[in-house]
Design a protein around this ligand. Structure first.
Ligand code: AMP
Ligand code: MG
Length: 414
């Protein structure tokens, strides 16, 4: 008898996955090797930035009072008594119309309270003149104006980008606590699948899901153990999945989760005593996407159809990977955009359409032939249009939700 599956809403399915995603181990990385990891500690300012009042320009440090009344007709003259570059400190104690020639980044000398840019001066023997008055504090970068010692500048849970590495360098975090990345195994199931260099005999197709999912993981900085293609043989497949699960935090399979005669994944979850969180979602494509858990480990049963497989990864696997990596932002980003063409199909379930979002004017259109078995439209997409279930057609000009899928991060270490 055909098994009856009850579909659950997409948001509920995502939340069920996230509730089970707990695995977080802290490890320590040399700061330049931490790109793509997630901070497991708050980064705290170990001193004020700037550390001292400094000049933001090449120019002259002056006592602002001495510039009072300066104008084009009544230029004020200043005498230069010292000259410093960044990294040097002047001993001068400025008074009246004395000035120190100062370069960007150098500390403001005692007594000075303004900086005149080189471009604002006319040079004369022993100094310069200027033609406008300066106010106290003008053109001075104040100590602590960017951050104060003790402040949390980057919170735990933030993914480490080039900017974060600049902050680690600034505050001497030579080693930084990050979350361990989950280990992922990937198995493409289906007796019809052949790999890159095998011949395409009648009835066979190329395994495109495997390399696609491996690349999606790689783009998140997660390395995948690729078990490659396995045919639809229950015993053999069970053994591969079991071994993969023993050795990894997450096992992603593609294909074999539907109700066909050779779809063995449901029976494999059963034999593994894994708890199935859901095996039917009210979505198109990918309604048969199945997620199961075993202790703290995950089994993602993605559909074999490429567009469905991709959608299942973006909606369920990606947020779980993010959470297990320790990231605090785990949900997909959804923006509003204007539909650039009619979409006449009715949507009994929430529909996800691989799409091309034009960021210049925030218009969006399907990125090509868009059935669940489509592959080229994935390559041409940077997002997915989300049409709510229970709606009829949509018209050009309608505002729709768009889920962003563009790759965001790459790991430098492999
Ligand atoms: P399944 O989910 O196993 O019923 O497969 C659904 C469809 O996706 C079938 O037409 C399969 O041939 C195709 N398919 C399954 N796995 C892959 C794969 N790794 N790459 C490309 N197409 C696949
Ligand atoms: Mg199959």
């Amino acid at each position: 008898m055909l098994e009856k599956r009850t579909p659950i809403p997409v948001t509920e399915a995502i939340d069920k996955c996230l509730q089970h995603a707990k695995y977080k181990i802290v490890t320590n990385k040399y700061y330049t090797d931490s790109l793509g990891y997630t901070l497991a500690e708050d980064i705290i300012a170990t001193y004020d930035i700037p550390m001292f009042d400094k000049s933001p320009y090449d120019g002259f440090a002056i006592v602002s009072e001495a510039s009072e009344g300066a104008s084009g007709d009544a230029r004020k003259a200043f005498k230069v008594i010292d000259h410093i570059g960044a990294g040097h400190v002047s001993d001068a104690q400025l008074k009246d119309n004395e000035a120190v020639r100062i370069m960007t980044g150098a500390p403001i000398p005692e007594g000075a309270d303004a900086v005149v840019m080189l471009e604002q001066t006319s040079l004369i023997e022993k100094g310069f003149t200027l033609r406008k008055p300066f106010t106290p504090g003008e053109n001075i970068s104040r100590q602590g104006e960017e951050c104060k010692q003790g402040e949390v500048v980057i919170p735990k849970g933030t993914q480490i980008t080039a900017g974060v590495i600049a902050v680690l360098a600034t505050f001497s975090y030579e080693y930084v606590n990050v979350y361990h990345k989950p280990t992922v195994a990937l198995i493409a199931t289906g007796s019809e699948l052949v790999e890159m260099n095998e011949s395409l005999a009648p009835g066979k197709i190329r395994n495109s899901n495997g390399p696609m999912i491996a690349s999606l993981c790689k783009a998140m900085g997660i390395k995948v153990k690729d078990y490659r293609v396995h045919g639809d043989d229950f015993d053999a497949l069970y053994e591969v999945v079991r071994d993969a699960l023993d050795a990894h935090d997450i096992v992603i399979t593609t294909g074999g989760v539907s109700v066909g005669d050779f779809d063995f994944m449901p029976e494999i979850y059963n034999k593994l005593s894994a708890e199935v969180l859901f095996n039917k979602v009210a979505m198109r494509p990918g309604s048969v996407t199945t997620v199961a858990v075993s202790h703290d480990k995950f089994l993602f049963g993605l559909s074999g159809n490429p567009s469905a497989c991709y959608t299942g990864f973006e909606l369920y696997t990606k947020p779980v990977l993010r959470k297990m990596m320790g990231q605090s932002e785990v949900y997909p980003t959804v923006v509003k955009a204007t539909l650039a063409e009619d979409f006449t199909k009715a949507n009994p379930f929430t529909r996800f359409i691989r799409a091309d979002l034009d960021y210049r004017n925030m218009t969006v259109a399907p990125s090509g032939f868009n059935k669940s078995n489509a592959v080229i439209a994935i390559a041409k997409s940077n997002s997915m249009i989300v049409l709510p279930g229970g709606t009829r057609g949509f018209k050009q000009g309608d505002t729709v939700d768009v889920l962003l899928t563009e790759l965001s991060c790459e790991d430098s270490s492999w």
